[in-house]
Design a protein around this ligand. Sequence first.
Ligand code: SF4
Length: 424
Amino acid sequence: MNESVSIRPHGDGPAVHHERGQRSVFCGLTGIVWLHRKIQDAFFLVVGSRTCAHLIQSAAGVMIFAEPRFATAILDQRDLAGLADVHDELDSVVGRLLERRPDIKLLFLVGSCPSEVIKIDLVRAAQRLNAKHAPKARVISYSGSGIEKTFTEGEDACLAALVPTLPAEPATAAPSLMVVGALADIVEDQFAGLFKDMGVDARFLPARRADAMPAVGPNTRFILAQPFLAETARALEARGARRIAAPYPLGAEGTTLWLKAAAETFDVPAEKFEAAIAPGLARAQMTLARQREKLGGKTIFFFPDSQLEIPLARFLAREVGMKPVDVSTPYLHRALMAEELAMLPAETRLNEGSDVDAQLDRVREKRPDITVCGLGLANPLEAEGLTTKWAIELLFTPIQGYDQAGDLAELFTRPLARRSRLEV
Ligand code: SF4
């Protein structure tokens, strides 16, 4: 199937093309690689095939040697043929795992394509195992399968599954701020510090430990730190929490607008807000000025990967003067992206969905200075003389907030510098 239609959006922002066709993306299992680092007493047990095990091992690279907190319960021929009781086997695998690793407080059963195709009911399995092992360890399930989830949607599914288990905040509680989306610890600490300076007590979802997950209730105001959390946002709203609309905290401007949206919700006085952000903002602007010299005027092309493409294109266009010529995102959640779309240059070609052949045709025709794409496309495109940047690095590297703004821009200067060194 191959189609492309153009719809003018309501309000500001470029027109959106919708593409359907071949995809070249990670499945939702990949989220485990950064989520297991974030929630330090959680374990992710994928119920899948050898393919799933290999995917996680290659995505996690060297981390597999350092007593990892993820594994794959491999479905074998007997399971697939219905000869073995998969639930009995799962119970015994989980029992052995929790016995050997008493440090595990939260166990995620992660669904995959094979477990979904043969219809293993992991929701029911998680309930049964939870009844057996709670409160020592809680068991929750979500799907990371490639049929349902693209790359970062795995984090969305994981956090959405966590939301119903969060403690309830009493209706009489004072308004509280919840920052939603897995951030590197260093970024989380910086944001917590900035909010503290404004007199706002911020809590984070996910927390670093299973027993420290934030409470939620009708007085909870949440702000997304990542753009791909649509299902989690809906789950939080179902528990009465309300979302603070904002662009995402990438770059000096994005971070300021993001912090400001939260500060205004909590009636932080303007002077207090300015005083809190001034040092970080000045540092970010200084480092960005240096990167602007290297990146200004350069064109950039995004293949669809993480849903971070639009905020990144906005940041690169407005703060270091790049020209986003073609920006694809696997999904476009209009409500969650409204503020970003309004700031994206109107001449950007914006696409939702994937048709990798059409995108390859366009990238060859436009020959951008930098192409952001998955690992599978990067080397072939480099061989064609294009400079590429791996999209996955943007998830593994701390990029949000003032003190990371320069590093974020540098992630794009590095491939350019490498190519020019090789060409000398
Ligand atoms: S979940 Fe599906 S797409 Fe992901 S590794 Fe397993 S089989 Fe492949």
